[in-house]
Ligand binder design. Structure first.
Ligand code: ADP
Length: 704
């Protein structure tokens, strides 16, 4: 079979393809090799998920790479000749050979047999790998050189990595030391940061795909499963990867998809494997591995020594929720990296256990770490780095030297203790920073879950741009008030004299959604009854007078209200008042009043409902005096008034209580009503306000 010439493909094709190309399962006992039968992970996995009863196919297929015969000793291409050298290694698709050009330069030639590229899918997969790899240029990524074909093979020419992979190293050494792993992780993180900045997810990061160059620097290779995102919000849905390294969201995946965080997860798996000697979810049975991954079931064996700092990092990297995993920059901030750090990896690494802990000082390690960060592109070029390391210590060294010129011998000099103490202090601060960053991630992850869950099911149409702006700014104001109360709570609360004055707000006491016919009707705690008609206007019938308001939109003012006496109503509003009467009777007969609040002296203006929004979890009311009310499905109700300073709680048995919000945040619950789950609810309230504080224009609303 002949292969069409390699053509460049555009980004759109790349993206479309990565959703459909299915990927071979990669598994064996080390979890890093392709299955011989070339079965696909997605089919395999889904079959197990659906518990198909069909007998497993016994048919054994050859590994696709075995179709790749040894290339001729002289490979001729586009005028250039290459001399084939020795065999380097074999993956699921390709065999790799050393190859030399006429000038004597040595490369690796990843060789794929054309016979193994039978389908269009496989061809596209190969083209995608080439296209993505070709676009990469980073000191810790295997450099793509060229690609060409002859009658039998496609050759991908790569920078030669003659010293094996991290997998080879682990197999030989069984375990690595923490200083070595710090160095490796920094280089790997540099490469991943680069890839992600180019919107590339590698999706198959594992020890066997990370190679050593001549100088024992690490280079990430094999872009066979990599995907390019069109933008940072795009998600990928193909179930792919290598069982031991696959992230839980990929396994859960058809609905929510996955993104960059799958690569962060695999850093955690690699870190664990290098320090413990085997991957964290290892099992003979692939399905057991998946089950363990899905509930993050791993532990640190007691007999293996591993520092607490390393454990903290691994645990955070292996967070089930992708949003809880640290970003690359956050990873580099972990205290673990502040340990002993080598300047480079010795060429004896494959056979000898280094003893950096004894030979390197803390100060040297800090310099080595910074240099490694810089070389891997994790920090900007700092002018200091290339200078003599000693000069980097600057004034500290000078101080030490001053001490050395003192009369006291070193052992009696207080200098060293001082520096050690300083170091301890810094690490403590760093640890605190790590904890704060983790808390923020957990909060963000939690908020994201709420955001995803909070979908409005119905609302009234707001017909003027200015009204939308007014509503958005009210939401914004109240949200800010809540955030301010949260900040005040963090500072220990407010003194009695600065607490806001308690004023019970006007609340919605009854409501009927009849918007499929007339509109949305409600009764307020003032006993006034309003109907928000489907055409956007409101009629508010006052309880204690024979009067009503007719409220409609105005392009400049938002809402305009006209006041009428019942006996003097315009004829065109007769029908509206009939509807109000109908609802009024209905509510009186069928609904119980949810609050005992009444009209208070400070309620100077008449209040009406500007907008209602129904969500699965609650109904949100936006009242014209800036009060927001949230009636939850579990019959607990909350109103936030006075710009976010006051919270009113209405219990299922209709007790109503108003408090300064900061006080309730301090207590953490409504006193006497822990079952109202205030803390949970306030997150939803905040999300509701946040959604509404972004202005959705009329056109957009109509489109929806
Ligand atoms: P596949 O896509 O089939 O999994 P890989 O990219 O993993 O192929 O390459 C297969 C093997 O070839 C590797 O395990 C390794 O032994 C060797 N190899 C790959 N790239 C290089 C390289 N740049 N230098 C040296 N050997 C390499």
């Amino acid at each position: 079979m002949s292969l069409a010439p390699l053509q460049s493909i555009n980004e759109q094709q790349l993206n479309a393809r990565s959703n459909v190309v299915q990927t071979p399962v990669k598994s064996d006992q080390t979890g890093e090799k392709l299955l011989k039968n070339g079965k696909r992970l997605d089919q395999d996995y889904l079959q197990n998920q659906n518990q198909h009863q069909q007998p497993a196919q016994k048919k054994k297929k050859e590994k696709l790479s075995s179709l790749c015969k040894t290339p001729p000793s002289l490979i001729k291409t586009r005028g250039r000749d290459y001399h084939r050298g020795h065999f380097l290694g074999e993956g699921g698709f390709a065999r790799c050979f050393q190859i030399k050009d006429d000038s004597g330069k040595i490369f690796a030639a990843k060789t794929v047999a054309k016979l193994s590229i039978k389908s269009e899918k496989t061809r596209k997969k190969l083209l995608s790998e080439i296209q993505i790899h070709k676009s990469m240029k980073h000191q810790n990524v295997v450099q793509f050189i060229d690609c060409f074909e002859d009658d039998t093979n496609v050759y991908i020419l790569l920078e030669i990595c003659p010293n094996g992979s991290l997998m080879d190293l682990l197999k030989k050494r069984k375990l690595l030391t923490e200083p070595e792993v710090r160095f490796f992780t920094t280089q790997i993180c540099g490469a991943i940061k680069y890839m992600h900045s180019r919107r590339v997810i590698h999706r198959d990061l594992k020890l066997g795909n990370i190679f050593f160059d001549r100088n024992y620097n690490l280079k990430i290779g094999d872009f066979g499963l990599a995907a390019v995102l069109a933008n940072d919000r795009e998600r990928k849905y193909t179930v792919c990867g290598t069982p031991n390294y696959i992230a839980p969201e990929v396994l859960m995946g058809k609905h929510s998809g996955h993104s960059y965080e799958v690569d962060i997860w695999s850093i955690g798996v690699m870190l664990y494997a290098l320090l413990i000697g085997k991957p964290p979810f290892q099992s003979k049975d692939v399905n057991t591995i998946y089950e363990r991954i899905k509930c993050c079931d791993f532990s640190f064996p007691k007999e293996k020594h591993i520092s607490n700092e390393a454990k903290v990092l691994i645990q955070d990297l292996l967070s089930l929720d992708p949003l809880e995993r640290p970003s690359i920059s956050e990873i580099m901030d972990y205290v673990w990296f502040r340990g002993i750090f080598p300047p480079y990896i010795e060429s004896t690494v494959m056979t000898e256990v280094p003893n950096y802990d004894k030979t390197l000082t803390h100060q040297e390690s800090i310099i080595n770490f910074r240099k490694c960060l810089e070389k891997s592109g994790l920090i900007e070029d700092s002018m200091n780095i290339n200078k003599d390391p000693v000069s980097l210590l600057g004034s500290e060294v000078d101080k030490k030297q001053i001490i050395r010129t003192n009369i006291l011998p070193d052992s009696l000099s207080p200098g060293d203790t001082k520096y050690k103490y300083r170091e301890v202090m810094d690490l403590e601060a760093q640890r605190k920073l790590n904890d704060l960053a983790r808390e923020a991630r957990v909060r963000r992850a939690h908020q994201a879950v709420i955001r995803k869950d909070l979908v409005a099911t119905s609302t009234n149409l707001i017909k003027s741009e200015i009204s939308l702006r007014i509503l958005a700014s009210e939401c914004h104001l109240t949200l800010n008030g809540i955030l301010e109360a949260e900040a005040q709570k963090k500072m220990g609360g407010l003194p009695q004299s600065r607490l806001p004055k308690i004023r019970h707000p006007i609340v919605v006491t009854k409501w009927v959604d009849y918007s499929n016919k007339h509109g949305f009707s409600y009764q307020l705690s003032t006993e006034d009854i309003g109907v928000l008609f489907n055409n956007g206007t409101t009629v508010l019938r006052l309880a204690d007078a024979e009067e009503f308001w007719y409220i409609s939109y105005d392009d400049k003012e938002g809402w305009v209200a006209s006041h009428y006496l019942l006996g003097d109503k315009p004829r065109e509003l007769t029908r509206h008042l009939e509807v109000i009467d109908f609802f009024s009777k209905y509510m009186r007969a069928n609904l119980s009043r949810v609050s005992t609040f009444v009209r208070e002296e400070y309620h100077k203006d008449d209040v009406f409902l500007r907008r209602y929004t129904r969500y699965k979890q609650f109904v949100m009311f936006e009242l014209s005096d800036g009060t927001f009310q949230f009636n939850f499905k579990d019959h607990h109700k909350f109103a936030i008034s006075d710009g976010g300073k006051l919270v009113t709680y209405i219990s299922p048995s209709h007790e109503s209580l108003t408090f300064p919000l900061v006080e309730i945040l301090k207590i953490g619950e409504i006193p006497g009503y822990p079952e109202s789950k205030f803390i949970e609810k306030i997150s939803l309230i905040k999300e509701g306000l946040k959604q509404k504080s972004s202005i959705v224009t009329v056109e957009q609303t109509q489109l929806r």
